[in-house]
Design a protein around this ligand. Structure first.
Ligand code: 5RP
Ligand code: FE2
Length: 221
């Protein structure tokens, strides 16, 4: 089952509540929120007060992608703000297992994110404890970048690791997803699809989400 998760990074920041509601109305399954600290990544975006402010505008799960150093410092705050899924970068955590436990203790889903060049071996010993793995297909920090093709193979390997252990873990893709490349990642194993610029810059958001969903099951003609 494919889930489409618009990233509000490309939304109109002056009216984020409406932009989140528009994504739900247009057929989205999850709202993806990119949190950047200007330290782990060069960009700075939003924090817990903004997540809390947009929470009433949608009933969809809010998937908070933390691109911050030492994310442990913020788990309580994002949980209180209304996050349903919190994902942390393996590159940003000193004690990954402990960070994941802190998220799970809140009763919400925990995800681990890998940058394009980070090997899957980093999650070998945490796989049994998490709900989602997010593979970045751009270098984190900005929307509108080009999909890095070499990561496609990593999805296949991850899917195999998960299947071999009989686990039920979502595989999320984030970065550069558009109608013409979505199939190659879904075919390789991804089932949660983040898309920012392609969805928020589309002239018709509902049509774009529909096209992404359709194309995720078949190669574009
Ligand atoms: O995490 C991110 C960037 O660090 C964003 O979620 C991602 O890049 C989505 O934007 P786009 O679909 O435009 O690539
Ligand atoms: Fe993201």
């Amino acid at each position: 089952m494919i889930k489409i998760a618009p990233s509000i990074l490309s939304a109109d920041f002056s009216r984020l509540g409406d932009e989140v509601a528009r994504a739900e109305k247009s057929g989205a399954d999850i709202i993806h929120i990119d949190v950047m600290d200007g330290y782990f990544v060069p960009n700075i975006t939003v924090g817990p007060p903004v997540v809390k402010a947009i929470r009433p505008y949608t009933k969809l799960p809010m998937d908070v992608h933390l691109m911050v150093k030492e994310p442990d410092r913020y788990i309580d705050k994002f949980y209180d703000a209304g996050a349903d899924i919190i994902s942390v970068h393996v590159e940003a955590c000193t004690h990954l297992h402990s960070t994941i436990q802190s998220i799970k203790q809140k009763g919400i889903k925990a995800g681990v994110v890998l940058n394009p060049a980070t090997p899957l071996s980093h999650i070998k010993w945490i796989l049994n404890d998490i709900d989602m793995v997010l593979l970045m297909t751009v270098n984190p920090g900005f929307g509108g970048q080009k999909y890095i093709d070499s990561v496609t193979e990593k999805f296949r390997e991850l899917k195999e690791m998960i299947t071999k252990r009989g686990l039920d873990i979502d595989i999320e893709v984030d970065g550069g997803i558009r109608p013409d490349n979505i199939y190659k990642v879904t075919e390789a194993g991804a089932n949660v699809i983040v898309a920012g610029s392609s969805i928020y810059n589309a002239p018709d958001m509902a049509q774009m989400i529909k096209t992404l969903r359709e194309n995720s099951y078949k190669e574009e003609k």
